[in-house]
Ligand binder design. Structure first.
Ligand code: GDP
Length: 287
C-alpha cells in the first residue's frame, strides 16, 4: 500500500551514498603506494570494458573502478528484476581514493591533518567515508617498534574520528548518521611470516589499550589541582579507559573497524587484484 511505498522511498533516500571517498593511511613501508598504484593502474582497464576514462598516474587522488563482480551494499535491497541492476554492470561503481601526500618519514602530522581536513570538507561528496589503514602484517612482532608505531598511529586516527563523531553529534542532529568505517588492511599475507588478521587485530587492540591507559594517566595528572576534568572523551573507547580496549567499543559512536588480510603482491595470479579482493569487498559494503 501507500505507506509501504513511502517507506521505500524514504529508505532509498537514506541509503543513497553521500560520499564515496576513501583515504589511505598507515605507517611507512606498509604498502600504501603499492596498493594505490595497483588500484589506479588497473582501473582504466576495468572501466574501459564499459566506457573509457582517463586516470592520472601521478595524482594522489584517483578514481578507482570496482570490478562489477564486487557486491555493493546499496544494491542488496534491489529486486532481481530491477532494471538498474544491468545498468550497474554496464557502469561499474567508482570511488575516490586518496593517498596521503608525502607518505613516509613524517607519518603522523601530515596524514592526520589530511584526514581532519577531509572529514570536515564542506563538500559532502569529498568527506571521508572510510579510512584504509594499511599495515605490514609481517612486521608486527610483539613489543617491536613497528607494532608500537602502527598502534600509535591508529590510536590517533581513531581518537580523531571519535572526537569528530562526538562533536558533530552535539552540534547538529543531521550529522550523527555519517558513520566512518575503518579497514585495517593486514597486508603482505603472501609472506609466510605474516600474522593472520585475527592476530593483527589482537596485537593492535592490546597495544592501543596500553596507549590509552598511559594517556588517561597523563590526563589525570594534568587535571590535578585544576579541579576540572572535562576531557572524558579524550580517552579512546569512551568507557573512561577502565576496561580492556577493543575496536567494538567504538561502534557506539558509529565507528566500525574491520581487520582484513590481503596482499598487494599476489604472485602468479592472472588477476592482479586477486590479493586485494577482500578489501574491495569491504569498500563495496561501504558504498
Ligand atoms: P608505503 O610506504 O606504505 O607506501 O609502502 P610501499 O607501497 O612503498 O611498500 C613498501 C614495500 O613493501 C615495497 O618494497 C613493496 O614492494 C612491498 N610490498 C607492498 N605490498 C606487499 C605485499 O603484499 N607483499 C610483499 N611481499 N611485499 C609488499
Amino acid at each position: 500500500g501507500f505507506p509501504l511505498l513511502l517507506h521505500y522511498l524514504l529508505y532509498r533516500t537514506a541509503a543513497s551514498p553521500k560520499s564515496s571517498s576513501f583515504i589511505l593511511l598507515g605507517p611507512s613501508g606498509a604498502g600504501k603506494t603499492a596498493l594505490f598504484s595497483l588500484l589506479e593502474s588497473t582501473s582504466s582497464r576495468i572501466a574501459k570494458a564499459a566506457r573509457p576514462t582517463h586516470t592520472s598516474q601521478t595524482s594522489t587522488v584517483a578514481t578507482i573502478t570496482l570490478p562489477p563482480t564486487i557486491p555493493i551494499a546499496s544494491n542488496r535491497y534491489r529486486s532481481v528484476n530491477d532494471p538498474s541492476l544491468s545498468e550497474a554492470s554496464r557502469n561499474p561503481v567508482k570511488y575516490e581514493l586518496k593517498d596521503t601526500p608525502g607518505h613516509g618519514k613524517l607519518r603522523g602530522s601530515q596524514g592526520l591533518s589530511y584526514l581532519e581536513t577531509s572529514l570536515n570538507s564542506k563538500k559532502e561528496k569529498e568527506r571521508t567515508r572510510g579510512v584504509i589503514f594499511v599495515v605490514d602484517a609481517a612486521a608486527l612482532s610483539e613489543g617491536g617498534e613497528n607494532l608500537r608505531d602502527a598502534a600509535g598511529y591508529l590510536h590517533d586516527i581513531l581518537l580523531l574520528l571519535q572526537k569528530n563523531a562526538l562533536n558533530k553529534g552535539s552540534r547538529s542532529f543531521s550529522k550523527v548518521g555519517d558513520p566512518v568505517s575503518v579497514l585495517v588492511a593486514a597486508n603482505k599475507q603472501d609472506l609466510f611470516t605474516a600474522l593472520p588478521p585475527g592476530s593483527v587485530r589482537n596485537k593492535l587492540e592490546t597495544e592501543i589499550d596500553r596507549i590509552r591507559k598511559s594517556r588517561k594517566r597523563g590526563l589525570m595528572d594534568a587535571s590535578v589541582g585544576s579541579g576540572i576534568n572535562e576531557d572524558e572523551d579524550e580517552v579512546l573507547g569512551g568507557d573512561d579507559g577502565h576496561g580492556i580496549f577493543s575496536f567494538n567499543l567504538l561502534e557506539e559512536v558509529g565507528i566500525k573497524v574491520d581487520v582484513v588480510g590481503g596482499a598487494v603482491k599476489a604472485e602468479g595470479d592472472t588477476d592482479p587484484r586477486a590479493g586485494v579482493r577482500k578489501w574491495e569487498e569491504w569498500i563495496g559494503m561501504c558504498l
